[in-house]
Design a protein. Structure first.
Length: 356
């Protein structure tokens, strides 16, 4: 694949790229650049972590990128997940890997690494300490959003160490590209700012879009806090679609979701159409009675956007179609986790969600 085609594929993933010129140069000069992402293993996996993430990573692999997936077990510990129970955290990590495989992630071409492996190396901690000495507490605190926290919260000392470790991951793993969500932007920019002082290459930041939750966006918040509240969250289960949700769960949640007539911006159902449905299918069938215009077949997200904006498509008809397509995408996942090791993993993680 030529560098221009690779760049186009990666640009499909990145809502923001810092910087596009650096990425173009990297793709021209390096045959197989390395990208990384990291996940705290905890809780049930939602659509953004599952179907959307698998699709994005596969695009990077197709573009010729070597991908390193970090199962950030000790980060989950530092962030208080499962009360710091490492046994539960490790089981959740195994569940995440199993789920990505079920989603069609090209796992043969991905290197899966755990933070518990990295922290055994003294050189890793040397990096962490150097990064800590280069930054004020205030500068690190501004990165607290990466943990799902706000700057106004009272943070533990562990949560000050967390961003320093995340920056260290980038350099320790020799990542040319950091490919995380927009919510991780601040710490990735920090890595770029201090790279030269560390004698390291400046990482290129490819930040993917954060899928919105299903509730109405807040009107009283702005900036980073608003973005954090709007994104799909495990802590608000009725505003997110989980990979293990039943057909009825999906229909119920989407049925009551925020979806204002003719409005595209900050409409979660339109986001699901763009980032989930049309990333996996090439047409969307809208079924409705003849008196309401009859069935229509929409062949692209752009076409859907034009029709919906014009007011020619009722929100409930759109919701039914999106719920139907998502259930089709989730059916193989449900089948995969209906027996054997996969079923046992899911049942354990579900029990942790209620007791951990």
């Amino acid at each position: 694949m030529d560098s221009n085609t690779s760049f186009s594929l990666i640009k499909e993933v990145g809502q923001e790229i810092i910087t596009e010129d650096e990425l173009k140069e990297l793709l021209k000069s390096k045959k197989q650049p390395t990208a990384y992402d990291g996940f705290e293993p905890s809780g049930r996996m939602h659509l953004a972590q599952g179907l959307m993430r698998a699709k994005n990573i596969n695009k990077l692999i197709k573009a010729g990128v070597r991908f390193k997936m970090l199962i950030a077990d000790w980060f989950a510990f530092l962030n208080g997940k499962y009360g710091g129970d490492m046994e539960k955290i490790n089981i959740a990590g195994d569940y995440f890997v199993e789920m990505w495989k079920a989603c069609g992630l090209d796992s043969k071409n991905i290197e899966i690494i755990k933070t518990s492996q990295l922290i055994k190396d003294q050189k890793y901690w040397e990096l962490v300490m150097k990064i800590a000495t280069m930054n004020s507490v205030q500068r690190i605190t501004r990165c607290s959003q990466i943990m799902g926290r706000s700057e106004s919260e009272s943070l533990s000392a562990a949560q000050i160490i967390y961003p320093c470790m995340q920056v260290a991951d980038i350099f320790y793993l020799n990542a040319d590209i950091v490919q995380l969500g927009m919510d991780q932007r601040k710490v990735n920019v920090l890595a770029r700012e201090i790279a030269e002082k560390l004698g390291r290459k400046k990482p290129i930041v490819v930040s993917h879009h954060m899928l919105a939750g299903l509730s109405e966006p807040p009107k009283d918040l702005t900036g980073a806090e608003r973005a954090m509240v709007m994104k799909m969250s495990k802590s608000k289960p009725d505003t997110a679609i989980f990979m293990d949700d039943t057909k009825e769960d999906v229909e119920r949640k989407i049925g009551k979701a925020y979806c204002p007539t003719s409005v595209i911006e900050e409409n979660p159902i339109m986001e699901y159409a763009k980032y989930i449905v049309f990333e996996n299918v090439d047409k969307l069938k809208i079924e409705r009675a003849e008196k309401f215009g009859g069935n229509i077949l929409i062949k692209s997200y752009e076409e859907l956007e034009n029709i919906y904006r014009s007011g020619k498509l009722h929100p409930m008809d759109l919701k039914k179609a999106i719920a139907n397509e998502i259930n089709k995408l989730l059916e193989p996942i449900r089948k995969h986790f209906s027996s054997g090791k996969a079923k046992q993993l899911m049942e354990k993680v579900k029990s942790f969600s209620t007791t951990g």
